[in-house]
Design a protein around this ligand. Structure first.
Ligand SMILES: Cc1ncc(COP(=O)(O)O)c(C=O)c1O
Ligand SMILES: [Zn+2]
Length: 483
């Protein structure tokens, strides 16, 4: 059993700090800074100590933001520092996350920072995709060029850093594949045990193979992502495991850097619109937080509209905006874009905040539109996974159909490609062979041929029932080995 060193539960800041925080939240609801560093509830404003192992507000149960006092450096000083670090040889300066460390100052010493390094992903022109969507200028910020092939690496740099700062020895996530791959890599490099819960038979082989190779305890749950997420929330505190799903606000701090990097690549001329796929809605939430902070610092020349695109079969946020803005209703998710096959997105309130603040919108696209958009992105010489292709399909829908909130054809649009093409090659091959179906099961066994090889370093996945007891029985032996 792991015995974590940090305090668990709410820590008290003094009354004055708490009151000050509540006032800065105000009626408008979203102050970017706080009088002291801490974890601030997005609903009631209660501020908790930064180094407390909590994921939700102990007062009201809502999500938490990592907050800091307003940085004192000027716009010019910040820009100059960030630019200078690009030429440095130090991994933390070259990291597309830690290069911007003035805006994520939750750490105390540089030696605490975990980096691969990550970031430095390209911004690519895509004329064929632009013509297909009907927009004058479209560029893709391709986060699939990250070390493990998805945007999750931006958030794992900060999440695993915080895990280590807290003295945790085991970290865990529920995942549709990419989070597990990223967590497994970063945990391994930081000397921590990674435990990943993935829905059995519902994640691509590319992603499963990464978690296995990186040595994660890989639990294939006989349930879906949402089961995995809620079971993990139940058992992790009992087992002393640190959760690194996007409910953990330290993950979102790292993902803010995508926006910083993008704006630097645009020489601080913000695009009109940033289009992003929506699953658990952590990514869109972090973009909102980044833009809110940059706006306040004077680093934004305009507010780009954050536009979230969901797959039609897994579109609870779209339904919320479109059909019933009074309540969020979970759905039973169905889509071949397995990365965003999520029916009960944990960060929906933060995503709504980002959309509202940026005057953005959320739309949905069907399976056919996603598949075609992916092939069109491919025709620009750019590969991506199906979830990422929702962006192009979404822009096209908003322009052509004029549904929801229309996009203007003369807008300068940046779409975020969240994952690498090679994560899910089966989908691509099936599409190009004319053999893609709205539902198919990935075979997990191959027919045996020839001489069988020894797999001396094998790290096989375990199939477990979707119950807390079964999970505990699977995890506890590995935790005992950590002693
Ligand atoms: C490739 C890809 N795109 C999009 C998403 C959705 O991101 P979020 O859950 O932050 O909305 C995921 C999440 O796993 C993903 O792996
Ligand atoms: Zn609260």
């Amino acid at each position: 059993m792991v015995t974590p060193t940090p305090r668990v539960g709410p820590a008290t800041l003094n009354e004055r700090q708490l009151r000050a925080t509540a006032t800065t939240l105000g009626g408008a609801g979203w102050a970017p800074w706080a009088p002291a560093k801490g974890l601030r509830c997005i609903n009631c404003g209660a501020l908790q100590d930064l180094d407390t192992v909590i994921y939700r507000c102990p007062e009201c149960g809502d999500l938490l933001d990592v907050v800091y006092p307003r940085p004192t450096l000027t716009v010019e000083q910040l820009r100059r520092r960030w630019r200078r670090r690009r030429g440095s040889l130090r991994p933390i300066d070259r990291s597309g996350v830690w290069r911007y460390r003035e805006l994520l100052p939750f750490w105390r010493r540089l030696s605490e920072l975990v980096t691969y390094p990550e970031g430095d992903t390209p911004l690519l022109d895509a004329p064929r995709s632009a013509a297909y969507a009907g927009v004058g200028r479209l560029r893709f910020k391709h986060l699939g060029f990250s070390p493990t092939g998805s945007f999750k690496d931006y958030g794992m740099a900060t999440g695993v850093t915080q895990a280590r700062r807290l003295g945790m020895r085991a970290v865990a996530c529920a995942s549709t594949g990419n989070t597990s791959a990223s967590l497994a890599a970063y945990a391994s490099r930081a000397g921590l045990l990674a435990i990943v819960l993935v829905p059995e038979g519902q994640i691509s082989f590319g992603k499963l193979s990464q978690a296995l190779d990186f040595g994660a305890l890989t639990l294939q749950l006989r349930g879906d992502f949402d089961d995995a997420q809620s079971l993990l929330m139940e058992i992790a505190p009992q087992l002393g495991i640190y959760i690194l799903n996007s409910v953990n606000p330290f993950r979102l701090e790292g993902q803010k850097s995508v926006i910083l990097e993008l704006l630097e690549q645009c020489d601080w001329q913000a695009p009109d619109r940033i289009v992003v796929p929506g699953g658990n809605l952590g990514n869109s939430s972090s973009y909102g937080k980044a833009l809110r902070e940059l706006d306040d610092l004077g680093l934004l020349d305009k507010r780009p509209h954050i536009t979230i695109v969901q797959a039609e079969g897994a579109a609870p946020l779209y339904r919320y905006f479109h059909d019933h803005p009074d309540r969020m209703v979970s759905v039973h998710p169905r889509t071949l874009a397995t990365a965003i096959k999520i029916g009960s997105p944990v960060s929906w309130k933060k995503a709504r905040r980002a959309v509202d603040w940026s005057d953005g919108w959320c739309t949905e696209v069907d399976e056919q539109a996603i598949a075609d958009a992916k092939a069109v992105i491919g025709s620009d010489g750019i590969g991506c996974e199906p979830a990422s292709a929702t962006t192009l399909a979404g822009i096209r829908r908003l322009i052509h159909e004029g549904t929801d909130v229309p996009v203007q054809p003369d807008e300068d649009v940046v779409a975020i490609l969240t994952g690498n093409q090679l994560k899910d090659p089966e989908y691509t091959v099936r599409y190009h062979n004319g053999d893609l179906w709205e539902e198919f099961t990935t075979q997990t066994h191959v027919v045996s041929h020839g001489r069988q090889l020894q797999c001396s370093f094998a790290n096989p996945p375990l199939v477990v029932d979707a119950t807390a007891d079964a999970l505990r029985r699977a995890i506890e032996p590995r935790l005992r080995e950590l002693r």
